[in-house]
Design a protein. Structure first.
Length: 95
């Protein structure tokens, strides 16, 4: 599994649990099936950009937050640089 996909999945699970949401609650908020969220969290599904947007909106976070690897950098400057890079990538892919 690619590192960015693994990071995405870990962040979705971490954020969902930090908000005390079940997979069913997240799926309802995002307008996705419960089975899809379950498969996604288990690494069996690949989300589209539209699906990533829905999940970010449902979790009330920026798309970039779903891809940020907090373990990769403890440096605030690197963290901000990474966020900018992710925002730029998402913007380019959304066109």
């Amino acid at each position: 599994m690619h590192k960015s996909r693994k990071t995405f999945i870990q962040n979705v699970v971490k954020i969902r649990k930090s908000q005390n949401l079940t997979q069913a609650q997240l799926s309802e908020r995002a307008g996705l099936s419960n089975g899809f969220i379950c498969d996604l969290e288990n690494g069996h599904r690949n989300p589209t950009l539209d699906t990533i947007d829905k999940i970010a909106d449902a979790l009330q976070v920026a798309v970039a937050d779903l891809f940020f690897d907090s373990d990769a950098s403890k440096n605030p400057a690197s963290k901000e640089q990474t966020r900018r890079l992710i925002h730029k990538l998402v913007d380019e892919l959304s066109r």
